[in-house]
Design a protein around this ligand. Sequence first.
Ligand code: ADP
Ligand code: TPW
Length: 589
Amino acid sequence: MSSVIEKGLPATAANAGAKARTEDAAVIDGFHLVIDALKLNDIDTIFGLPGIPITDLTRMAQAEGMRVISFRHEQHAGNAAAAAGFLTQKPGICLTVSAPGFLNGLTALANATTNCFPMILISGSSEREIVDLQQGDYEEMDQLAIAKPLCKAAYRVLHAEDIGVGVARAIRAALSGRPGGVYLDLPAKLFAQTLDAAAGRQSLIKVVDPAPRQIPAPDAVKRALDLLKTAKRPLILLGKGAAYAQADAEIRALVEKTGIPYLPMSMAKGLLPDTHELSASAARSHVLAEADVVMLVGARLNWLLSHGKGKTWAAEKGPKQFIQIDIAPTEIDSNVAIAAPLIGDIGSCVSALLAGIDASWPKAPADWTGGIAERRTKNQAKMAANLAARPSPMSFQSALGVIREQVKARPDAIVVNEGANTLDFARSIVDMYEPRKRLDVGTWGIMGIGMGFAVAAAVVTGKPVIAIEGDSAFGFSGMEVETICRYNLPVCVVVFNNNGVYRGTDVNMGGGADVAPTVFVKGARYDKLMEAFGGVGVHATTADELQAGLAQAIASGRPTLINAVIDETAGTESGRITKLNPLSAAMKK
Ligand code: ADP
Ligand code: TPW
């Protein structure tokens, strides 16, 4: 009798454990059951970092034709999995070793859950018997218990015959309803278990309809339409849930048929081109204050929208009426009363609304849309002067003006964006033209997503990626430039180098020799980091140098890092959200 164990390909010293499978194998092991379960569900890529007990799993997955993208730190593999999930509606897979590797991946899992991105963190784990008695195993940790509160669902598989069920449950939990992160715990012992090959095949599950459509109730649709029709100053607010839902044509039709101005949250930019005449982005404060009926489409009224209350929403003028489309019923009324909740998937909800909107639908009043257009023209003219200016050193605006033009020329490029001022300025300056082309710090405003998201975007789409990075933000994942070079990905990283966190000008309040906590080495050459691994480094001190480097990077598709030198006095503390810093009562005296 032959088996995968007995009849593998000749092993080299380096991959002694990882033998490729033969067709006539009579038994199948846990490693191959995991791989087959993923492949059966059309998952073709793993983002991870090898080590005990999953090294052979990465080798065998590669041998079985999966793409295995190996990172330098698990957090970035996890972020890559999350971004892949957002872009593809398939759960991104992150594979890590036990305890420390698991914990490194956990931040990404929690962040994915917060962002409603589907991903599965698969971690190897130690001997259950020893872990549970706390007898001190190699990398001992009760990973399942730790993961549980930080993700949507967490499962452990103890027997090879349950691998199919475990993977199926993980996929369903990640994708159905509100998408999110799932933890799948695979103890080391599981991988070596064997099953009869035919029984093994039969134990696997191809998940049917993992994200079932959820059709809204007709009375809820009517309630929403009735309210929308009464609006004098209606506004549609598009969030990243709308981008994720891939209902692009329906959303565009809703905006255009009703003539209602829309405001995209940062990752919903490009669902309709930012240059669309109904975009209210350049009149954001005006529309949030003045709108009377607001329809939220895949956006939560969290801190990013001032919880739907207060000055931003001109609360003093009385409450707004909200319509909210969301797949999660418990999201409704979480911050303010929602007059017309519409529960279902965005594609189905928007289609149902469209069915009730015919040619007789009154377009949004002209004084409302006209006022927005006027403000847009004024704000854009103001911005144009800053973009065209050529200060030395560069300002955030002059550097971003260059990137704005490059994205206009290559609207299929994916923009990754993190930092504080670099984030705020880029969000408003760099227009997006296509859906799901912008990935950023998301709901948490987390630093460190940069290189993981960039790798995933390049791997999943094959399109050029421009990562617009504050110098502090870049540092969180900077070592992954080696990963970018290793896989020769078409990623151009632009580091906005202003010598520190937010700015580079703080001084040590104690007067000592140490620099202030926000200050970095001055004049650092991040471009050399990329050169160290064979990529292209560009040191850009002018907008022209930045433009030339960026154009070259996009044309060549070669891994490139542009060290863009920005005025170190530019930028404000925490960017746009400086008011969230607690004020010291003692300092005010
Ligand atoms: P943003 O930060 O862009 O405002 P949020 O992450 O706050 O967006 O909101 C996304 C919302 O979209 C979540 O409440 C989530 O439940 C919802 N959502 C995600 N996917 C879908 C979908 N397919 N259909 C309906 N709602 C969805
Ligand atoms: C995981 C706090 C928010 S923004 C930022 C930090 C450290 C960096 C800002 O400096 P940068 O950008 O990138 O140079 P710029 O354009 O203003 O010059 N740790 C985590 N997440 C967050 N959000 C922080 C710390 C923070």
